[in-house]
Every structure is written in structure tokens, then in C-alpha cells.
Design a protein around this ligand. Structure first.
Ligand SMILES: Cc1ncc(COP(=O)(O)O)c(C=O)c1O
Length: 415
């Protein structure tokens, strides 16, 4: 069954807001529009429940109940236990806390493998913490032409000394998916822990984190139609091993020990509402109301992917066919390295990226330019991070007309 785009878009108020009239949104990798369910949940919280949660009076009790519900719903959606779900201010904040925690369990004699395909959030703090405690930091490098990571290179870096591996599920520049299940399996075989950054993957397909098997899986809810929070799954074995990063009396409180910032009550309570949208989508496309949430999530993700895959080739072709543009990442959906998400970055060779982005915006294509905090990726590709690139990123609510608009605008902007 095909995705019913009218149904999808009717769940996103941004599409009927005058501020977006006559424009197409291609800055989704920076942050997606929020679905109606998310907005309603936040409005309810700020209207009725904006008090200290978990107390005895009704508004306080209900606030706490909604916070617990978000955690339980996300755990079910991701195939993990509720005690393994941590909400933090952002993925950057979550990896920063993780880096500090890992610094207490790693030391001289350990090696840490990082990549140069990561957004800085999944690499910078870990590199610094590892170096501070005397670990050797090894970099798994992308191919300078394709931007892809080759698992054979990873295997060559792995050793009995490897204590930790950080890797992106999909890069926010290259777009193609890394086989994180296999990477995790290889790392676990030598006793290493694995952190997977799913920020650029989850908006396109909500992962079965339990099946992937990584010790940590991170993504940003504000890019998955939800609130501005980072969601981090820390599997139970590692959770028990990492030292508490919160107040001493929170040591045994699973959802607090790795969030020293303290929870943002309203956002945590509203974080699960996007899953109501996912269920509605599942049921609208033939799913049963009695299906479990994991089934609904898998079905919705399949619909999202099929829709995105029907549009991505047109955008890729519009860039790959030009000799005045360097398309970054694979030019087709199914590169040998893995399926490609519709996060499409390019370096215009004859024009300044900032000017191209400006020309696109003038033509109703909401986008931008820059290094997108992926300076190491651009450097690895031989692209000057200060000059930056232009990125067009879309998701399941993007229409064929949106892509048509982007392709036409590209032709004009690059002239
Ligand atoms: C791939 C990737 N990882 C991590 C991050 C950081 O996420 P946050 O903004 O939640 O800190 C981003 C943000 O753009 C990203 O694209």
C-alpha cells in the first residue's frame, strides 16, 4: 500500500501555516516539522500540567504519568526496556555525558575507534575524553571520493584492546546507511562497547534498537516530528557499568543517572505523542488497532521509506548529471555500502554555496549551506568546511511537487 500523503500532511499543521505558503521544506536534517500530536501534547502540558510532577494533586500526578508513558512507549517502539531509555537536552549533551562516564571505565591500554563520517556530536567529546585518560584514539576513515566507510577498514583497526567504538547509523552529509548491526557484532566479538548515532537515520525509519544490539543508540526527537530532546538508549549491561553522572542520590534511578541536566518535564511528557501519530498512520494504512507498537512502528517506517525512495532518485539525478556540482555520497539509492537516506549534500563548483542556498530560498526551497557540524566529513572529502556545502534533506511528508520545485530551482540557482 502506498503512503497516503494527504493523510500524512493533514497531521502536520506547518503545512497549513501561512509562513510556509508557496514553499517547500528541505531542511529536515536540521529539524523536522512537529506533528499535531506533539503540538497538542505540549499545549496540554503547558496549559494544565505545568507543575512539579509526581505529586499527589491531579495535575502533578498526570504530569508524572505522561512522563512515564513517554518512556514506556518509546521503549516499546525501539524494542528495549523502559529503564534503558534516557531523555536529555540534545544528542550533543547526551554524548558529552557519555564521554565523561566512559572516561571512568577506559584508560591506558584501551583503544577507542572513532570515524570521520560522524557529526561532531558523536566524536569530539569522546575523542577528548579518551585522550585525557590515556587511550589511543584510532580513526576509521571514509573513502575520500565516495565518503563511505568500508567495514574491512574497521576490522583492520579492531583489536583485543578496543574498548569503545563510535559510529553513525547514517551521516548527515553522506546519507547512506552503515551496517551497524554487523559493526556491533564485530566490536562485541573483541569485547568493545558500541555507540551508534542514529540522528540522521531515525527520521526515515524508527530503528529496532534491540535487534541492532548496540550498547548505546542515540537520536534527536526534534528531527523525528517530536519535541526538542535527545533520546539515548543505554542497554542494561552498560548502564550498570557506567558511573552515575547525576546527584549521588540518583545513582539507582535509571532515567536520571545519565542526565545531570535534570528532565525537561513538559518535553519528556510530550515526547511519546509522536508515536500516537505513528499508530494512526499504521491504522490508516490497514493496520489493526490491536497491533503492538513495534509492529506499527515497523509498518510506518516501511511506508516512509517506500515513499522517500520514490522521490530520492529524481533529486540525486538532478545533481549527479551536472559537471558543475560535486554530489557528496552515493548517486543511487542502493550503493554497495547500504541504502541511501534522502539527505543530499553537494558542493557547487562554480558558485559560492551560500549564494546557491540563497537562490534556492528565493525560489521557495527552504534550505541552507554550511558544514552542518560535520567538518571532519567535509575535510575527509577534500571539501573546505569553511566554504561549506548546500544540503537538501527531505522526509516522508515531502511531496512529488516539493521535489519538482527543488529540481527546477536547482537548475536556475546553479546557472
Ligand atoms: C548525525 C547527527 N548527529 C548528532 C547531531 C546532534 O544532535 P543535537 O542537535 O540533538 O545535539 C546532529 C544534529 O544535527 C546530527 O545531524
Amino acid at each position: 500500500m502506498q503512503l497516503d500523503l494527504d493523510f500524512v500532511r493533514s497531521n502536520f499543521p506547518a503545512f497549513s501555516s501561512p509562513i510556509n505558503d508557496g514553499q517547500s521544506f528541505f531542511e529536515n536534517a536540521g529539524g523536522s516539522f512537529a506533528c499535531r500530536q506533539t503540538i497538542d501534547a505540549l499545549t496540554e502540558y503547558y496549559t494544565d500540567l505545568k507543575v512539579q510532577p509526581y505529586g499527589e494533586f491531579e495535575s502533578s500526578r498526570r504530569g508524572g504519568e505522561l512522563m512515564d508513558r513517554s518512556r514506556e512507549r518509546w521503549a516499546e517502539a525501539l524494542g528495549v526496556d523502559a529503564r534503558e531509555v534516557v531523555f536529555g537536552p540534545s544528542t550533543t549533551a547526551n554524548t558529552y555525558v557519555l564521554a565523561h562516564a566512559f572516561a571512568d571505565v577506559l584508560g591506558p591500554g584501551h583503544e577507542v575507534i572513532v570515524t570521520n563520517q560522524d557529526h561532531e556530536a558523536n566524536t569530539g567529546a569522546i575523542r577528548r575524553a579518551a585522550e585525557r585518560v590515556g587511550c589511543e584514539v584510532k580513526e576509521w576513515r571514509i573513502d575520500p571520493d565516495t565518503g563511505l566507510l568500508d567495514v574491512a577498514d574497521f576490522e583492520a583497526l579492531l583489536s583485543e584492546r578496543t574498548g569503545l567504538v563510535t559510529v553513525p547509523h547514517a551521516s548527515n552529509i553522506i546519507g547512506s546507511e552503515n551496517d551497524v548491526t554487523r559493526i556491533t557484532h564485530l566490536a562485541h566479538a573483541v569485547g568493545a562497547r558500541v555507540i551508534v548515532d542514529g540522528v540522521s537515520f531515525a527520521p526515515h525509519s524508527l530503528p529496532d534498537v534491540g535487534a541492532i544490539g548496540a550498547d548505546v543508540y542515540l537520536f534527536s526527537l526534534y528531527k523525528t516530528y517530536s519535541v526538542h530532546q535527545g533520546l539515548m538508549v543505554v542497554r542494561a549491561g552498560l548502564m550498570a557499568e557506567l558511573p552515575n553522572q547525576s546527584h549521588f542520590f540518583n545513582d539507582s534511578v535509571a532515567d536520571k543517572r545519565l542526565n545531570p541536566a535534570g528532565p525537561d518535564h513538559a518535553q519528556v511528557a510530550s515526547a511519546g505523542a509522536v508515536l500516537d501519530y505513528v499508530e494512526a498512520l499504521h491504522q490508516h494504512h490497514g493496520g489493526s488497532v490491536t497491533d503492538d507498537l513495534r509492529t506499527a512502528v515497523a509498518h510506518a517506517s516501511m511506508l516512509w521509506r517506500a515513499h522517500e525512495d520514490s522521490l530520492t532518485p529524481q533529486l540525486l539525478a538532478a545533481l549527479a548529471d551536472r559537471d558543475d556540482v560535486r554530489l557528496l555520497g552515493p548517486a543511487s539509492l542502493d550503493a554497495a555500502a547500504g541504502h541511501r537516506c534522502p539527505t543530499v549534500a553537494f558542493s557547487p563548483l562554480a558558485h559560492d554555496p551560500e549564494h546557491v542556498a540563497h537562490a534556492l530560498v528565493e525560489r521557495g526551497v527552504q534550505t541552507s549551506s554550511g558544514h552542518y557540524y560535520a567538518a571532519r566529513v567535509l575535510d575527509g572529502l577534500g571539501v573546505d568546511p569553511d566554504r561549506g556545502v548546500v544540503r537538501l534533506s527531505f522526509v516522508h511528508y515531502t511531496s512529488p511537487d516539493d521535489v519538482e520545485r527543488a529540481v527546477t530551482a536547482l537548475g536556475e540557482a546553479l546557472r
